[in-house]
Design a protein around this ligand. Sequence first.
Ligand code: HEC
Length: 88
Amino acid sequence: MAGDTALGRHKAKACAACHGIDGVAKMPHVPNIAGESTIYLEKQLKAFRSGERHDPMMSIIAEGLSDDDIANVSAWYAAIKIEVTLPE
Ligand code: HEC
């Protein structure tokens, strides 16, 4: 089932300190997640939750997410439009 971006935005408050509400990382060791596909975002969140992928911060965060939370928060970050500018 496709996630709900409005519910996802609400859930993303728990992510904002590190990833920003806009998906642009606030710290150098944190990845930007704006505009990544829902397929990729959901896969990574489930991998953190199951322990397949491990990170001291993300593993704890992901443990508290339901399947619906993952679908919704992934829908929110995937819906953010990004622009890129190539270096000269
Ligand atoms: C305390 C800081 C912190 C918070 C809060 C946090 N994250 Fe993360 N997140 C990280 C770090 C650090 C990584 C990189 C982990 C690694 O190196 O494997 C990461 C990685 C990720 C990735 C993998 C990105 C990629 O490109 O592979 C996703 C997806 C993600 N976070 C989503 C979320 C979501 C959704 C939330 C909120 C529910 C959240 N994070 C909350 C710190 C945080």
